[in-house]
Design a protein around this ligand. Sequence first.
Ligand code: SAM
Length: 292
Amino acid sequence: MATLGIPSNTAAVLQKYQFRFQKKYGQNFLIDTHVLEKIIREARVEKGDCVVEIGPGIGTMTQYLAESAGHVVAVEIDGALLPILEETLAAYDNVEVVHGDILKLDFCSLVEEKNGGRPVKVVANLPYYITTPIVMGLFESGAPLDSVTVMVQKEVAQRMQAGPGTKDYGALSLAVQYYARAEVVANVPPNCFMPRPGVGSAVIRLTRYKEPPVHVQDEKLLFGLIRASFNQRRKMLVNSVGNAPGLSVGKEEARRALLSMGLSDAIRGEAMTLAQFAQLSDLLSKGETEGK
Ligand code: SAM
């Protein structure tokens, strides 16, 4: 089978199967061999690895992964792509295609079943409409993961990597950085895809921490505080947290906690580091500031 990274080969396969792109599935297929090689390199795929690919499309990146990894499990939602994948991946005996929705599938069980519960690497050109639920779902599943190297919309990659005080910093930055070291490893222009997306793209590598960089007593509270603080980005943290439904934290309580940390009670979430959110979360979960 001819390599699909070459645009004429991709076009020939699409033509042969009369394939119709489904916008609702975020289908933009890669047609640039340099970008494909770069992704594999940056994902640090090795012969001993089990790689999970989300959305193989017609199997373009899957071919590259099959050449470099020990085993590839590719999860694809669009049934119309299955006969195509059968043909384009016929030469590889180390690839398994799973027909399913990555958001509905039990990722932990998949890793247990396909790699005996040992850590996998996730490599994908993601459907952009569900980037955040996919990435957060992978980490929150608790499944053993080495790294997640994915093509995403450029702005989303910048948000994942951003630090406090920058315009891109937000709940996604903190949530991702709780689990992983985030590095943008490539910028990719629209002409590397068929059809061309209306946005720029970037590849981000998320290398999972063995231990989270901060330890908290109540993870749910930490994430609740982060979400609430950035829901009303321009508001002072005491107001956004104090008003948040589902968070039983009073405005006065939040104010006391911030002051006891040596911070201003006028601070906004966008100025707080992950470590400070963690400290705030622990103070509030212990109720240590009560009555002070
Ligand atoms: N990997 C291919 C490539 O780079 O050429 C295709 C990438 S395309 C951006 C995204 C792929 O994800 C499509 O094949 C699409 O059908 C698939 N997809 C979309 N939503 C999905 C979901 N919820 N679960 C699994 N696959 C999905």
